[in-house]
Design a protein around this ligand. Sequence first.
Ligand SMILES: C[S@@+](CC[C@H](N)C(=O)[O-])C[C@H]1O[C@@H](n2cnc3c(N)ncnc32)[C@H](O)[C@@H]1O
Length: 291
Amino acid sequence: MKPGIHESLRRPTDERPIVVLHGDTRELIRQLPDDTFQCAVTSPPYWGVRDYGVKHQIGAEPDLHAYVKDLVDIFREVRRVLKPDGTFWLNIGNTYTSGGRKWRDDDEKNKGRGMSYRPPTPPGLKKKDLIGIAWLLALECQKDGWYLRNDIIWYKPNCQPESVRDRFTVSHEYLFLFSKSEHYLFDQEAIKERTADGNGVKNRRTVWSINTEPCPEAHFAVFPRALVRPCLLAGSRSNDLVLDPFYGAGTVGIVAKELGRRCVGIEIKDEFIAIADKRTSSVQASLIPLV
Ligand SMILES: C[S@@+](CC[C@H](N)C(=O)[O-])C[C@H]1O[C@@H](n2cnc3c(N)ncnc32)[C@H](O)[C@@H]1O
């Protein structure tokens, strides 16, 4: 750790439960100390889908494997900064090859989706192929040392319609649960669900039906809070430190505050940090005491 730099990365305190670090996560995460966070939850930029308009953004790599490598490298650092019994919850969806188009049109319903280029079709794939990038990334993370523990299907009943004629409209993404070690903190009781007859509870299942949540201030998809809540409830305790290396509009910070956790977010775009600050400051901190 370089002297001087870590000192400026203030840790969240009881009075200030959220700290946002502004910059490239590749640089900043290296300056965080080992074995610090109980859990990490994140949704990285998808490959070639959205232009955030900043230098060093992840997702704009022309090559698919360079994108996967960038993320595996960042997530290796996530593993280093997690406590030995920590977990990592990674939300990612699949994408298609471009079908020959060289750009992505502006999308009226989904502002900011326009991309000035479409990445070329990766070698070995064809136009219109489903890339399977979510699983590609998950398996590379597993090879890199993570324990891959669950692939949760996030089913979106209110998904965006697609004007496709020769395949189904995609209405799900993945949430992968990884652990740093074989044994880890997982509060099964905190996330049990009701049995069908309503008389009891059972272990939560791996298909989660959750509507997307609009965030009028941000022109990109934010996490629905209901997706983050089970991750923090199962993967951390009151006052634990959680990390989101692609913080965006700060949904992990919001849920952390609601549940009485402390949070560090890393975000490259200052406008998004301002949005996140506004969103988190209006959240009522949890009734769970931060001690
Ligand atoms: C899908 S969004 C995350 C949204 C977030 N889950 C939320 O609920 O608001 C991905 C974020 O990663 C940020 N990002 C892209 N490249 C980055 C980098 N190299 N370092 C840090 N943040 C980056 C983008 O600016 C964007 O805010």
